[in-house]
Write a protein that binds this ligand. Structure first.
Ligand SMILES: NC(=O)C1=CN([C@@H]2O[C@H](COP(=O)(O)OP(=O)(O)OC[C@H]3O[C@@H](n4cnc5c(N)ncnc54)[C@H](OP(=O)(O)O)[C@@H]3O)[C@@H](O)[C@H]2O)C=CC1
Ligand SMILES: O=C(CO)COP(=O)(O)O
Length: 346
């Protein structure tokens, strides 16, 4: 498949699905974007703009749009999923058998409870005959849509899938690196959203640059500690889908998770912050899921505990910060210990 561009379908017409589909259309990849809102589909087809999720971005006229899920999938060889984690399984349940033999790539950065399932594990359950992969990295949709340069990671045990995704997505503005550590890449993308909320709060509170750097670095330590406990490869967290994505979501006011944190830091309630956003901020649900899982597994995650205490237990912020700053002062870099730990699953 690598000598020609495979035909592609993108499911989900929000900011990321529209961005990915548009990027491929502009590179002459045959691509169809599926979304559920007929009015929006008509608007995109006629006006070449997605006014709700990507206002002001001129979409390529070759981008095909449909609300017919079966038609969208009929000729697709590669299917990208850009549906929020809360609806991910529901959409897959409608199409599982149709995905047999296709390459199915999740771009969704969330975790399903019960089961603590990554989205690609849901694909495996609902479409057992599909080839499965994930895409993750420092990929703010609006920046990609505006033509800014970045890179991403396609991760799969299936090397042909990685090559085919590199062929359809890689272009002058986007480098697509391959990884075989699907679990680690997917876990990194989900976990960093929680720390983006914390960084947004720190920004709203006017905290210093040292503080922000400390938060990002300790976030990396904490998420890697959890990932190693879950059997992931810690080295994956040093790549684009780990530290790369963590940095962008923790520093950019474009990140929706950062924005939710910023709203909390300004004294808004979670409900107000999420409602004003009007888009998905996966970190809110991931925080709940992660707090529970870390407690069950006995993994030390003070930043997750602190954010959970503020957001869901309504503990006063100064008390939480004081607790964090007076916790036991342990080792800085845990990677050496991680590397000598038991073999990792990838
Ligand atoms: N935006 C970004 O920068 C990036 C996002 N991601 C990840 O991509 C995933 C999707 O996010 P994003 O596109 O940003 O989200 P948005 O909030 O921008 O859009 C969500 C989209 O999903 C659609 N949707 C929701 N529920 C359903 C359903 N049951 N059936 C069909 N469509 C549905 C919405 O449709 P409707 O408008 O009709 O409600 C909308 O088109 C998230 O997990 C996110 O973490 C990954 C990398 C970058
Ligand atoms: O994952 C993202 C960038 O890589 C998008 O982050 P937000 O969902 O916080 O906007």
């Amino acid at each position: 498949m690598t000598d020609r561009k495979a035909s592609v379908c993108v499911l989900g017409g929000g900011s990321f699905g529209t961005t990915l589909a548009n990027l491929m259309a502009s590179e002459a990849v045959p691509v169809t974007l599926w979304l559920r809102d007929p009015e929006m589909a008509r608007h995109i087809s006629e006006q070449h703009e997605n006014p709700r999720y990507l206002p002001g971005i001129a979409l390529d006229e070759r981008l095909q749009v449909t609300t017919d899920l079966n038609a969208a999938l009929a000729t697709a060889e590669i299917v990208f999923l850009a549906i929020p984690s809360s609806s991910f399984r529901t959409v897959l349940q409608q199409i599982g058998p149709q995905l047999a033999g296709k390459q199915v790539v999740s771009t969704t950065k969330g975790i399903e409870q019960p089961g603590f399932l990554m989205m690609s594990q849901i694909v495996e359950q609902e479409a057992p005959e599909a080839h499965v992969g994930v895409l993750s990295g420092p990929n703010l949709a609006k920046e990609i849509a505006a033509g800014e340069l970045t890179a991403t990671v396609v991760a799969s045990e299936d090397e042909q899938l990685c090559r085919d995704v590199q062929a359809v997505l890689g272009c002058a503005n986007l480098r697509v690196y391959a990884s075989q550590d699907r679990y680690g890449v997917e876990l990194g993308g989900a976990l960093k959203n929680v720390y983006a909320i914390i960084s947004g709060m720190a920004s709203a509170l006017g905290m210093g640059e040292n503080t922000k750097a400390m938060l990002i670095t300790r976030a990396l330590a904490e998420m890697t500690r959890f990932a190693v406990h879950m059997g992931a490869n810690p080295l994956t967290f040093l790549g684009l889908a780990g530290v790369g994505d963590l940095i962008v979501t923790c520093v950019s006011p474009q990140s929706r998770n950062f924005q939710v944190g910023h709203a909390l830091g300004k004294g808004e309630t979670l409900e107000q912050g999420v409602a004003r956003l009007g888009q998905v901020a996966e970190g809110v649900n991931t925080l709940r899921v992660l707090k529970q899982k870390a407690a069950e597994e006995g993994v030390y995650m003070p930043l997750v505990d602190g954010l959970h205490a503020i957001v869901f237990e309504h503990k006063p912020l100064p008390a939480v910060i004081a607790r964090l700053m007076s916790a036991e002062q342990k080792n800085d870099v845990e990677f050496a210990a991680f590397m000598s730990a038991a073999p990792v699953k990838s």
